[in-house]
Design a protein around this ligand. Structure first.
Ligand code: HEC
Ligand code: HEC
Length: 289
């Protein structure tokens, strides 16, 4: 009865596969909750600033940055492979580029996990139910930032338009029409970033462990100038930011000491990682006995 035997074999393989996927997702849950404290930033806070148990990883705020929802629905547009690559490097061309607190978490903690663990985290997130709607696909940024030569600039620096500001402050790295390196016409990555986080990139710059650097423009640019630039970069369709929104983002960064909070999270994560690894190894050893 070869057919029955084949059927049985395929059935066993399928079951083993399902069990494997289950094990991987539950290990992912273990890592996300234990190691990562991913909820510290990605879970919205309640009245007493506690993480809301009814909305795990449904999107929160940290030091002025929006930490987006990371559940099955919000991550629909990501493949498993892209998620793993993001957690390993923070750089997925056309999809996302990590900055701010997430870049720190990746550089100092998550990137050190094994490929298997990253895959387990990705599987867990991809099957985590969530109420938060997937972010609407933003249209490609309208990078009309080339400055017509020979035009007089307004004397009032507040009246400079996006192209003139870009030319003065950003083009040296991002090139004339935003097509330099790093490419601001990587429309996927830029369009997915919320307006709030485009503002935060301009205010704080980017500092990655691999030496990738963008300076902070917090002192150089006024609230109106930052809003003008962010609106041009975020593209059509994004909610227009007002100078008051930028002022709010500046305040939300908190005093300089707040950066310490991020480091505390990173430190606690590393410690938790050691404990998790140790317990996992111990559990395995016990199973073998
Ligand atoms: C210290 C705060 C903080 C912690 C801890 C943190 N994140 Fe994030 N995360 C952020 C912020 C802020 C962003 C947005 C970054 C940006 O716009 O560049 C983000 C972005 C992301 C994204 C990209 C989402 C998108 O739609 O672009 C993923 C995926 C993600 N985080 C996963 C995780 C996982 C998994 C963990 C735990 C291992 C984690 N994060 C821990 C703050 C944090
Ligand atoms: C000294 C070089 C330099 C200057 C000047 C500079 N940037 Fe950047 N910018 C970078 C680097 C490096 C990155 C990070 C790229 C990465 O993470 O791979 C970056 C990233 C960004 C991003 C995030 C891109 C994304 O895909 O999400 C934005 C937005 C941005 N810059 C806007 C600006 C604006 C606006 C200005 C002018 C006010 C500016 N930059 C000036 C070097 C620079």
């Amino acid at each position: 009865m070869p057919n029955v035997r084949w059927g049985w074999l395929i059935g066993v393989c399928l079951l083993a596969d399902i069990a494997q996927a289950g094990a991987s997702a539950s290990r992912g849950e273990y890592l996300v909750r234990g190691l990562g404290h991913c909820g510290t930033c990605h879970t919205p806070r309640g009245l007493w600033l506690q993480e809301r148990g009814d909305a795990p990883l449904q999107g929160g705020w940290v030091q002025g940055w929006a930490a987006p929802a990371i559940n099955a629905q919000a991550l629909q547009g990501w493949t498993q492979q892209q998620l793993v690559q993001y957690l390993r490097s923070g750089d997925v061309p056309g999809q996302a580029r990590a900055a701010g607190p997430m870049a720190e978490v990746i550089d100092h903690s998550v990137s050190r996990l094994s490929e298997q663990d990253l895959a387990a985290i990705a599987s867990y997130l991809k099957q985590l139910p969530g109420a938060a709607p997937a972010p609407a696909a933003a249209p490609a940024p309208a990078l009309t930032l080339a400055v017509p030569r020979g035009q007089a600039r307004p004397a009032d620096a507040e009246a400079l338009d996006a192209a003139q500001l870009f030319d003065a402050y950003c083009a040296s790295c991002h090139w004339q029409a935003g097509r330099g390196l790093p490419a601001l016409d990587d429309t996927g990555a830029l369009a997915r970033r919320s307006g709030a986080n485009v503002v935060m990139v301009i205010l704080q710059g980017v500092q990655r462990a691999d030496g990738t650097r963008m300076p902070s423009f917090s002192r150089d640019l006024t609230d109106r100038q930052v809003a003008t630039l962010a609106n041009a970069l975020a593209g059509e369709g994004a909610t227009a930011l007002q100078p008051a929104d930028v002022a709010r983002r500046r305040r939300a960064q908190g005093p300089a000491g707040w950066q310490g909070a991020t480091w505390a999270v990173v430190g606690a994560s590393l410690l938790a990682l050691c404990v998790v690894a140790w317990r996992f190894a111990a559990a395995r050893a016990r199973r073998r006995l």
